[in-house]
Design a protein around this ligand. Structure first.
Ligand code: ADP
Ligand code: MG
Length: 817
């Protein structure tokens, strides 16, 4: 860069010449620089390094570091960079957030620089990381510090366009990738070739090499050139000889800077744990968030489905801060967007699975909350290590179940993790369960999400290898389901299937055991030892064997009861503080028992025992008396007698008699039904006619209406016409005329009479109702002004006149005479 600036200051006409001269000088000086730097590698003394400048590094690298404010190397950088430059294989171990990324990126840049690697030389360095976000983060750091170098770098992670990546792979000097995607390129992309690769880096090496990636990594390693430098970095470094042998490390240098430190977690990290019941977790988490609205918090849960549901329901509950969720089943672009978004935000809550547990360097995270117990102490260290990074402070909270506490806390203590127990202040707890229930009742999708979260949690516990910590027997799953807002606990099918298999196994074994000698039994137990499988997320032989001991002794009928048995009672939150509908202690046990899934046979048995008749409908009167349905009950004495007989089979003759007897009652009922139908039809007709009459009066308002108009201003028609009685009689007569069968319909008539008398009664009180009894003709008459009469007289008069006479009369009238 310096030479370039000098060139710019030369005179214009000399430019061309000078440029050629400088270029030559630059090339020479590059060679000189390289040999000068390389000659210093042997003498690097980590103890004398105070600044990056003290390392024999290229100007381009130093400038890249300086631009990003990296001046003083961290311990792991100071201790490992020199060894890496010298070409050693490295096993680097240092606390989370202690700068391991630069510890491998700097040697990569330097090695390729010294080898004068160009774009045409192909792949020079390969960096493998367990997650896409971490690969992206490393890629970004490389871009920043390697800006002055001319190497091309590629990010090869799943969820992106494979075709797009394929075309560019062969041009990448440094590839940062996840194992699955790398293997895919190795298998499918003829352009991708690793033969030129000089440095291999595994970041989060222990995770890359564990069972989850075992097969993929073995396949990748097979494709890599054996002549290479290998750098492994992690906060929880593998020392497994098997792992090292797999990678064919040559005399690796073990650099573990915090190995003799008092604690294995960063000094600025304050760690605590609380113990609560499973069904209290949601309210503890909700209360935590409500109390940390101005903080940036990372919340870990066991599975994608839990993260998804917790995020969804908490969004609905509106805590008052930004919520985000990061989990593996999200679309890649969304994952990146969320990663970026949480990195930028000052205060926010990120719910995440363990994809965010390793390596991610979100700035300024105040809190890490582990809602579900981590798989082991290593996972704990990585999760908690998302805060208190690079000389900063942070806090970590672990939530443990009473059944997890003892074994987990011991594991943490054994790993030199300073963690102290704190108690939840019950008065600070806010339980969102009721609101969650309401949301779930309204939203079926949300309910299904809750159900999936519930099963996913049970599965995660069931599949955990360490059965001293993870005991599915100890879970009160029904109460947990309720705490998620679910009214009915979903069935945990995999567990039911598992238990069934176990019971069958035990039955088979007990038959076999009768024929076995003592020696054979010993062999069997050693087989159990050797059949260990350790991958989390896979059902191992060991799991099955241990589970068998727990579930196997149960007999077929009661097995399900015992699986869900509640074994704990104590917790720090008093019962009074819990919501009313969360069962505790014995209630919970009873609830569990009553809610166990039933087989069809057991259900039928139970119904028989209780003499319950399926689909029976009983109707009660308001007084609580049972209303017998004549159509369903036997009416005749003979039939009742026949029903109560205990005789097996059917007595045909008697049955015929019974049917005949019952037939009489049926016919009678049929007659009554027809009569009732006729009556109803007549009533309908009468009502219609009545309404027709009333319809005329409706112009003045209905009797039933509260806001009827005041018609008191109208003159009393009785006084004017004295017609009221005759009209009234007319109306009632009309009804009588319609009544063809008045004798048979006595009851109905009396009902009508009642109605009418009622109306009369009312009409006495409210004057406007009298209008009911006034005919339309009467009303018309009220409206006719007296002037009309005189007009009519004029009209008749005018008809008798001649035209001239009429004109004369008109003139007289107009002149007012
Ligand atoms: P690790 O991989 O050990 O968990 P990272 O490499 O992610 O840690 O670094 C943690 C943080 O420390 C990052 O934000 C990084 O920028 C910062 N960091 C690393 N090295 C230095 C340094 N020498 N000086 C200042 N900051 C550094
Ligand atoms: Mg790291």
């Amino acid at each position: 860069m310096t030479s370039k600036t000098q060139t710019m200051s030369k005179e214009k006409h000399k430019n061309k010449k000078v440029k050629v001269f400088k270029k030559k000088k630059k090339l020479e000086s590059d060679d000189d620089v390289i040999s000068r730097l390389q000659s210093q590698y042997e003498n690097i003394n980590a103890n004398e390094i105070r600044s990056f400048k003290h390392f024999p590094l290229s100007f381009k690298t130093l400038k890249g570091l300086k631009d990003n404010n990296y001046t003083v190397p961290t311990e792991i950088q100071r201790d490992s960079i020199g060894l890496s430059l010298q070409g050693h294989d490295i096993l680097g171990a240092a606390n989370t957030g202690s700068g391991k990324t630069l510890a491998f990126l700097i040697p990569i840049l330097e090695k390729l620089y010294c080898m004068k690697w160009t774009r045409l030389d192909g792949l020079g360095a390969l960096i493998i990381t367990p997650t896409r976000e971490l690969a992206y983060q490393i890629f970004e750091t490389l871009r920043k510090i390697g800006i002055y170098h001319d190497f091309s770098a590629g990010l090869i992670i799943g969820g992106k366009d494979l075709h797009f990546e394929k075309k560019r792979m062969d041009k990448c000097n440094i590839v940062i990738c996840t194992p699955g995607r790398l293997l895919q390129h190795m298998d499918e992309n003829p352009l991708f070739d690793c033969v030129t690769m000089k440095i291999l880096v595994l970041d989060e090496a222990d995770r890359c090499l564990d069972m989850g990636f075992q097969q993929t990594m073995n396949a990748i390693i097979e494709n890599l050139p054996p002549e290479r430098q290998t750098l492994l970095f992690s906060a929880t470094q593998t020392k497994s000889v098997k792992d090292l042998a797999r990678l064919s490390l040559k005399n690796p240098k073990y650099v573990a800077v915090h190995e003799h430190a008092k604690y294995s977690t960063p000094p600025g990290l304050k760690q605590s744990y609380i113990v609560c019941e499973l069904h209290e977790k949601m309210s503890v988490l909700w209360s935590f968030i409500r109390n940390h609205l101005k903080h940036k918090c990372l919340i870990f849960l066991s599975s994608c489905k839990q993260v998804k549901y917790t995020y969804e329901i908490f969004c609905k509950l509106r805590p008052g801060t930004s919520l985000l969720a990061l989990y593996g089943s999200l679309h890649q672009l969304k994952r990146m967007q969320i990663y970026e978004s949480f990195s930028r935000k000052k205060n926010a809550i990120l719910f995440a699975t363990d994809i965010a547990a390793r390596g991610l360097d979100f700035p300024e995270v105040n809190w890490v909350v582990q809602v579900d117990c981590p798989e082991d102490a290593n996972t704990y260290i990585h999760r908690a290590g998302r805060t208190a990074r690079y000389e900063k402070g942070g806090e970590s909270l672990l939530i443990l179940l009473p059944s997890e506490e003892e074994a987990m806390v011991k594991q943490l203590e054994d790993r030199r993790i300073p963690i102290s127990k704190i108690k939840v202040n019950p008065s600070k707890l806010q339980n969102p369960q009721r609101k969650m229930e309401a949301f779930l009742a309204k939203n079926n999708e949300l309910k299904q999400s809750a159900q999936r979260a519930f099963v996913a949690y049970a599965k995660s516990v069931f599949l955990m290898k360490n059965k001293d910590v993870f005991n599915i027997n100890a879970l009160d799953t029904d109460a947990y389901a309720m705490s998620l807002g679910l009214a009915i606990p979903p069935r945990i099918r995999f567990l039911q299937r598992h238990n069934k298999n176990q019971t069958q196994k035990i039955e088979n074994n007990s038959i076999k055991l009768e024929f076995k000698s003592e020696d054979e039994e010993d062999n069997e137990s050693s087989d159990e030892e050797s059949g260990k499988s350790t991958d989390h997320g896979e059902t191992s032989e060991e799991d099955n064997t241990k589970s068998e001991g727990r579930f196997g002794a149960l007999d077929n009928d009661d097995s399900e009861d015992d699986i869900f048995q509640v074994k704990r009672k104590n917790h720090d939150i008093e019962d009074a503080d819990l919501p009313d509908d969360v069962p505790t202690g014995e209630d919970a046990q009873n609830l569990n028992k009553s809610k166990k899934p039933l087989t069809k046979a057991a259900l039928a048995k139970r119904l028989l025992k209780k003499k319950i008749v399926a689909n029976k409908k009983t109707v009660f009167t308001e007084e609580g008396e049972v209303l017998l349905d004549a159509t369903k009950e036997k009416q005749s004495e003979l039939a009742k007698e026949y029903e109560n007989e205990d005789e097996a089979g059917i007595n045909i003759e008697k049955a015929k008699l019974v049917l005949r007897e019952e037939d009489k009652f049926d016919k009678q009922r049929f007659k009554e039904k027809i009569k009732a139908k006729h009556r109803a039809e007549k009533k309908k007709l009468k009502d219609a006619k009545k309404q027709e009459l009333e319809g005329e009066q409706d112009d003045f308002g209905s009797d039933e209406s509260d806001d009827e108009p005041d018609l008191s201003w109208l003159p009393d028609p009785d006084k004017i016409y004295g017609k009221k009685n005759s009209d009234e009689n007319e109306t009632s007569e009309k009804f009588d005329e319609n009544d063809e069968d008045s004798n048979s319909e006595d009851i109905e008539d009396s009902e009508i009479d009642d109605q009418e008398s009622e109306e009369e009664e009312i009409s006495q009180v409210h004057k406007p109702t009298k209008r009911k009894l006034i005919t339309k003709k009467d009303v018309d008459n009220f409206d006719k002004p007296p002037v009309k009469k005189s007009k009519k007289n004029l009209k008749t008069l005018s008809e008798d006149l001649t035209v001239n006479e009429a004109e004369e009369l008109a003139m007289k009238l107009l002149s007012g005479s």
